[in-house]
Design a protein around this ligand. Structure first.
Ligand SMILES: NC(=O)C1=CN([C@@H]2O[C@H](COP(=O)(O)OP(=O)(O)OC[C@H]3O[C@@H](n4cnc5c(N)ncnc54)[C@H](O)[C@@H]3O)[C@@H](O)[C@H]2O)C=CC1
Ligand SMILES: O=C(O)C1=N[C@H](C(=O)O)C[C@H](O)C1
Length: 247
């Protein structure tokens, strides 16, 4: 059966690439390209699934409107905090049968880098995350870096590993980066880059580096299409593409 798909943020970098990928997929039908100012409620009965690649300050309202419209949501937009996800969970509980996936990264290399980092993190004394993106990105650090850091922190907590050593006493300008559950995250913005992340894990005398590089937005499309095809089978709110993929 053909899945009817709408794209929100269709005029943007990710939205335009997503529209092309959906148009090329024989089992998907691109029924709407929405951008800022367009009416999400009008998708009720017109689309089965909507993909949101918009802006951090727009995405939550879009997801609430999609839930009200009974349209499954695949959300790639970053900038989500725990409170916003909780509000969506509460709303989704009142709209049974509708699925929402919020995934900070759809690229297989990034999903695996996050998983590998979580596996390795309890075995190393120090772990830090550096993300590098194009300078047109509006949120920092990246959603992927936050998800990576939280996965690392959770894995270390589950393994009973204590806090990392850091003797820093003065850092008036924030040179040590942002602290996510005890894991430091650093953000670089450089013209010419697309999306890159490096996780440094060290013990005395050794360094493990886990790195993912996105050179082209087509790298996200297999994950986006997988999510579009599966989100209807996952009612409620899921976070991270790994919740749909058996790794
Ligand atoms: N999950 C993933 O794998 C990836 C996520 N992203 C995230 O996707 C988001 C979009 O990134 P880009 O495409 O590079 O940004 P962009 O700035 O090129 O595109 C955003 C588009 O959303 C539109 N927009 C703004 N408000 C809207 C609204 N209320 N409803 C509908 N459209 C609206 C804008 O007019 C623009 O066309 C960012 O949060 C970025 O971090 C980016 C790459 C991969
Ligand atoms: O804005 C981007 O470009 C990207 N955003 C996502 C993020 O914040 O993690 C995914 C990827 O890093 C590209």
């Amino acid at each position: 059966m053909t899945i009817r798909v709408a794209v929100l943020g269709a005029a943007g970098r990710m939205g335009a690439t997503t529209c092309e990928a959906i148009e090329a997929a024989p089992d998907l039908d691109l029924v709407a390209r929405l951008d800022a100012g367009d009416d999400v409620a009008a998708l009720a009965g017109q689309a089965d699934v909507a993909v949101d690649f918009t802006l951090p300050d727009a995405t939550e309202a879009n997801v609430h409107a999609l839930l009200d419209a009974g349209v499954h949501a695949v959300v790639g937009t970053t900038g989500w905090d725990d409170h916003a996800i909780d509000r969506v969970r509460e709303h989704a509980a009142r709209t049974p049968g509708v699925g929402v996936l919020i995934a900070p990264n759809f690229a297989l290399s990034a999903v695996l880098a996050m998983r590998f980092a979580a596996v390795a993190a309890p075995l190393f004394a120090s772990v830090e995350v550096v993300e590098m993106h194009h300078p047109h990105k509006v949120d920092a650090p990246s959603g992927t870096a936050i998800h990576t850091a939280r996965g690392i922190a959770q894995a270390r907590a589950d393994a009973g590993v204590g806090a990392m050593k850091d003797a820093t006493q003065t850092d008036p300008r924030g040179a040590r980066g942002a602290d996510y559950d005890g894991v430091r995250v650093h953000a670089l913005r450089l013209e010419g880059l697309v999306a890159h992340e490096q996780i440094f894990l060290t013990n005395p005398g050794e360094l493990l580096t886990i790195r993912t590089d996105t050179f082209d937005r087509s790298s996200y499309m297999p994950g986006v299409l997988l999510a579009v095809r599966q989100v209807g089978s996952h009612p409620g709110v899921s976070v991270g593409l790994d919740s749909f993929v058996d790794l």
